[in-house]
Design a protein around this ligand. Sequence first.
Ligand SMILES: [Zn+2]
Length: 465
Amino acid sequence: MLEASPVPIVLVAVLAGAPLPAELAHREATSRILGTALSDGRAHEKLAYLTDRIGHRLSGSAALDRAIAWAARTLREDGLDRVWTEPVMVPRWVRGHEAAAIVAPVERELALLGLGGTVATPDGGLRAAVVEVDGLERLADLGTTVQGKLVLFNKAMGAGLGAEPGYGTVVKLRSEGPSAAARQGAVGMLLRSLGTANFRLPHTGALKYEDDAPRIPAAAIAAEDAELIHRLLAAGDRVEVRLELHAQTLADAASANVLAELTGRERPAEVVLIGAHLDSWDVGQGAQDDGAGCAVVLETMSLLRRLDLRPRRTIRAVLFTNEENGLRGAKDYARRHGGEPHVVAIESDSGGAAPVGFGVEAGPGAVETVRELAAPLAAIGCAHVLDRGGGADLGPLKDLGVPVMSLRQDSTHYFDVHHSAADTLDKVTPRDLDRNVAALAWMAWALAERERPLPTAPPAGAGGD
Ligand SMILES: [Zn+2]
């Protein structure tokens, strides 16, 4: 249904070479970018290398080091003006062996993944009765009755577009749940996996220990296993679980952000940033999260270089390190470069499905401007612009007042595989990635070319969120 052909715009390209008024120059660039990107296929080739040949890439892993070297090499081979890396120290958490099982009133293995950053269980593992709650408020109601127990947060995530509760709601259980449970005396925390397809698949992700609570071990279990525990408890049984986690937090490791530029022809100091994150969780291949975003950013740079489209301002690609468990790459980038004039920063970090539009957080009028610029992307179904967006890696820049945007994909199936062993290359098609490249290349070029920059966002804390 999104098969509107780029051909009519391509016809405008016959004017290429003649001196063009701004409007026609714009249309000529549109046709060249879309016409080339939509038959490109190279983003998927890049993603295939990153996922099949390098694999998952947790911060501090040898695979992430290989991915950083590969990304820099790829950008150099693709002829960018300037390619470099910037060293960043990142946390190093290692999963180790893990196992869990219901041991009473029946015996059943549980499908689990320790949460990123979890401490290990005591020697020999732990065994405790399970208390089930559906949220942090319910946990608070239970007070110290959870003492010595394993708290299970069992809240199903809404499946499908816009279904509630969404990830933004349930993710609090994963990040805040362990310390909340520990404060009330729990010895461990289990989480019904935050995912939208129930194929007995555990989904990991970062927890956040607070300083005022003991650090207790925490793991995500498959939705089906959480349902089983729920049924046993509902029948009045005391349910006991044995949990064994051998995770370790080691000394911080050296890592790096990868950067590359297409230098602007008139205002090279002014930057349009396009970014994604190169690290992933330590399961699956990090294909949707966020290998796809990296492949799209890499190929966008390559495409604009090949077409020799050199806009007024500089387009800078940044592949951030350590988005998943620390945001150290994002913070380091803002520290080093936050003082440079950034016209806008755009992140792609919601998978590699078909692009549907952009999210924008900037000053008054920015949404309307982006909507106008996105109009040619209606041909590929990517012209829908929302008044919120950005990305985790852009948070520190946003706090400095930089306008931020996200390239938005159809997220219907994103959380089916997010942070799980099923986040693999086969979930991403070349056609969808080509469309993402078309959308990002067009928008980055248009924003870098446009005479007036996007209106700046209100400063952090000024009620702009
Ligand atoms: Zn991500």
